[in-house]
Ligand binder design. Structure first.
Ligand code: FE2
Length: 356
């Protein structure tokens, strides 16, 4: 059942970042976060330990910033009085940190008698990007360390039109950077290394609406034996991004041809912060007489405010989740949302009939 909520606290813990955000009405009050930064890839247990350690100080900082009259001695009880509901990223994500976040959210919900809602992480990135760009009917290009998908909304739910069949574009960049000895081993450092590069040929693998990046990674690493790092980095990024642009452009025309209202292209997710990707999509939009939008960096990285914002939308539209049935979903695909919401409605109906 739909619920009226004004102030929502959102918890994000699907991967390396613990984020706590608070949304009141349409405004983001705070967006606090702390990121676990390992030298090598994410170790799930260490990510969960990091989140467990920073949770309390981060929650305190968020509540005190959002509600400045909160005292130091009773900040939790006083701060939580202002909160109507808890939203938590339910997946997809890495088991250990994700489970920790869901557990903490359920505790806050039970202890303070607040409604709770589970949020699909990509859905949150998309909704905050739509809010920021004003583009409500765009081809969504969602690119991050864990996901690479091209999506479009129909009848209120998002459909995946194309996606990577192996690794994500963020994983491609991070793994290449780590193996090439770039520090920090991250896409942003790779972009710097690629700055004055020249193009060398690398495999370009688009299969209908889907993409594959693992062959590009292997070939890129092999090329390092004979070519300059800046040239390989430049070519790896250009190849990966033009593959995305091809699929997104095809999605745009297919949807238009089917009669759908398509405004343009929206980039979101961690890799959307990349300037080259933004330039490519800006040109693509111009060539197609379409709009282009990208979420701000604060919301492209993992954060709690987007979970609070998306959670508020879901609560208003479909109502809270049953706390006993809310569980972490490490493989939660955005397309499962309709089914999960339908189940929730049936549960509501059954519990209403039982109480009659
Ligand atoms: Fe994300």
């Amino acid at each position: 059942m739909a619920a009226h909520v004004n102030t929502v606290l959102g918890i994000e813990s699907t991967a390396h970042t613990l984020g706590i955000g608070i949304v009141k009405g349409k405004e983001v009050l705070v967006n606090e976060l702390d990121t676990y930064m390992p030298e090598k890839g994410i170790l799930p247990r260490e990510a969960a330990e990091h989140h467990a350690v920073v949770f309390e100080p981060l929650l305190k900082a968020a509540l005190k910033k959002a509600f400045p009259n909160t005292s130091n001695s009773a900040w939790l009880d006083e701060g939580m009085k202002h909160i109507d509901a808890i939203a938590v990223a339910q997946g997809p994500g890495i088991g250990a940190p994700l489970t920790l976040g869901v557990g903490l959210a359920k505790f806050l919900s039970a202890y303070y008698s607040k409604a709770i809602v589970g949020v699909n992480h990509p859905y949150a990135h998309i909704k905050i990007a739509e809010k920021g760009t004003g583009i409500k009917h765009g081809i969504i290009v969602y690119v991050s360390g864990g996901n690479t998908q091209i999506l479009f909304k129909e009848q209120g739910f998002y459909h995946i039109l194309g996606e990577t069949l192996d690794i994500s574009v963020g994983n491609l960049f991070d793994t290449f950077a780590r193996k090439a000895g770039i520090k920090p081993a991250h896409g942003s450092a790779l972009a710097k290394a690629a700055k004055n590069g020249k193009y060398v040929k690398l495999p370009y693998t688009v299969k209908a609406m889907n993409l594959q990046y693992s062959g590009l990674l292997t070939a890129g690493l092999q090329k390092l034996e004979t070519e300059r790092l800046e040239d390989v980095a430049f070519s790896l990024m250009h190849t990966a991004f033009y593959m995305l642009a091809e699929v997104a452009e095809r999605a745009f025309h297919l949807k238009k041809a089917s009669g759908a209202h398509v405004e343009g292209f929206v980039l979101c997710g961690g890799v959307a912060q990349n300037k080259l990707l933004q330039d490519i999509f800006q040109k693509l939009a111009k060539e197609n007489n379409a709009k282009f939008g990208v979420a701000s960096s604060e919301y492209n990285r993992d954060n709690g405010a987007m979970i609070a914002y998306a959670g508020k939308l879901l609560l208003e539209k479909y109502g809270p989740h049953d706390i006993d049935k809310l569980q972490p979903l490490p493989y939660y695909r955005i397309e499962q949302m309709a089914e999960i919401i339908e189940k929730q409605k049936q549960n509501d109906k059954a519990s209403r009939q039982r109480t009659k």
